[in-house]
Structures are given as C-alpha cells and as structure tokens.
Write a protein that binds this ligand. Structure first.
Ligand SMILES: Nc1ncnc2c1ncn2[C@@H]1O[C@H](COP(=O)(O)OP(=O)(O)OP(=O)(O)O)[C@@H](O)[C@H]1O
Length: 233
C-alpha cells in the first residue's frame, strides 16, 4: 500500500534523510523506530507532503505521491496523528470528530461517532466540551478518533503515547489493537517497544536517516545487541 524507496530529504542545506526504505501492506501494523533525531518525523513529513522528497520514490496505493501537496495526500487516504496531538482547540469534541469526517478508504463499515465513543469511552461524556480543556491523554484519544473518522487507507501515528501517564498509554495501545482488528493499516512511531512488539507485525529502524534494519517483533525482542546499539534500549 505504502512504499518508500531510497528516500532522501533535507531542511535547507542540511540533509536529514539519505536512504529510507519501508513498506506497509494492507492490514499491517508497522513501526518506525530509532533514537532521537534519526529522521522518523521527517520520514512521516515526506510521506504527507510536508517536507519535499528530494530523491527516491514514495508510492501509495499504486500512485507516486512524492510531489503531491498535503491535502491531496490526505484525500488519497493517508491520515496523520502528528506529534503533540493537534486538535482544533476552539471546537468541541463532537465538532472535532465531525469536522474532517469522510470515507476516504471507501470502507464497507466506516467509523462513526458511536464506534469512536466505543473505542474511547472516556470521550463520550466529554462530547460537548471544548477540546482545549481536555487532558493530554483525552486530546490524543480525540486526535486518533478524528483521524479514524476519515476512514483512511493508512493511519500514521507519530509519538503515539509520548508524555502520557501509563494508564492512558495502556488505553491507547488497547485502542490500537482494536483498530488493527478492523483491518486498518497503521504506521506507528513510539518509544514503547514492549507494547509495540505485542501489536505490530513488523518494525523498521532508522539510523542517521537510513533504514538499517527490518524485522518481526520476535526478531527485535530477541536481539539485545541490536536494541542496545540502535535504540539505546
Ligand atoms: N524543521 C527543521 N529544520 C531543520 N532541521 C530539522 C527540522 N526538523 C528536524 N530537523 C533535524 O532533522 C533531524 C531529524 O529529525 P526528526 O525530527 O525527523 O527525528 P526523529 O527521529 O523524529 O526524532 P525525535 O524522536 O526526537 O522526534 C534532526 O537532526 C533534527 O534536528
């Protein structure tokens, strides 16, 4: 569904991505791992058309999207939950969920308000509250809920649980498992490898702007040296 091959990208004169390669297939949960500053967010930004692709190819659902503007990438069925859980602060929970709702993936059983409130029961009683008064965890739930309401072909979560309390993290991971069970393809960035290894099918590791490893959860969790060397974990 999504394929990056030999992707390169820069900020001004400073090259950050040198050789990024990754694939996400239908229904897969794939992670992008790597220490701070290795290029994970930049990779996601190139996929979404927020940072220009300078070399290599990005293809999505059979089309080369490397030069597309962000709105076109989103319409094609890619939904990003960015770092820092950006919701519309002036809108209510309900308005946030409805604002960008669509069936971009053309799925038979699209997400709707009821199924999102079932996914995140904590949001249901807050439906008329302004998003600006929600806690960090509630905002992340809302950001994920809003993204699934676009019924994307591929959902991308950048720093899915960063800065959240352990209990809330657990709720986010549980929700991700349920999202996966619907057949949704997901690309996720997070530092919580244990939780990711339970949910994800495959993992990619970036090191200084290059994909240096790809493997299954079993491969990753059995290789202490690899985790120590490339993930400091
Ligand atoms: N807007 C920007 N302008 C210039 N350099 C940037 C910009 N954003 C990121 N960088 C640099 O690009 C490199 C890759 O950053 P990126 O945010 O993609 O890494 P990351 O793997 O997502 O790290 P983190 O886990 O810290 O978010 C870093 O050296 C960073 O300082």
């Amino acid at each position: 569904m999504l394929s990056l091959s030999c992707v390169q990208a820069s900020y001004g004169s400073s090259q950050v991505l040198f050789d990024v390669n990754l694939d996400v297939r239908d229904g897969e949960v794939v992670t992008l791992l790597g220490r701070n500053g290795m290029g994970k967010t930049t990779t996601v930004s190139t996929i979404m058309g927020l940072v220009p692709v300078q070399g290599g190819n990005v293809t999505f659902a059979g089309q080369s999207i490397g030069s597309w503007p962000t709105y076109r990438v989103a319409r094609a069925g890619l939904a990003l939950v960015p770092e820092g859980r950006q919701v519309f602060p002036n809108l209510s929970v309900l308005e946030n969920l409805i604002a960008t709702a669509a069936n971009r993936g053309g799925v038979l059983k699209p997400w709707n308000l009821d199924s999102v409130f079932e996914l995140f029961p904590a949001l249901a009683p807050l439906r008329n509250r302004s998003a600006s008064v929600l806690s960090g965890g509630e905002q992340q739930m809302l950001a994920i809920g809003r993204a699934v309401m676009t019924n994307p072909k591929l959902l991308i979560l950048d720093e899915a649980t960063e800065g959240l309390a352990p209990k809330i993290r657990g709720e986010i991971w549980q929700a991700l498992s349920r999202i996966k069970a619907t057949g949704q393809a997901v690309l996720v960035i997070d530092k919580n490898m244990k939780a990711l290894s339970r949910i994800a099918d495959r993992h990619y590791i970036l090191d200084k702007g290059r994909t240096v490893w790809m493997g299954t959860s079993t491969d990753l969790m059995n290789d202490d040296e690899l985790r120590h060397r490339l993930l400091s974990a």
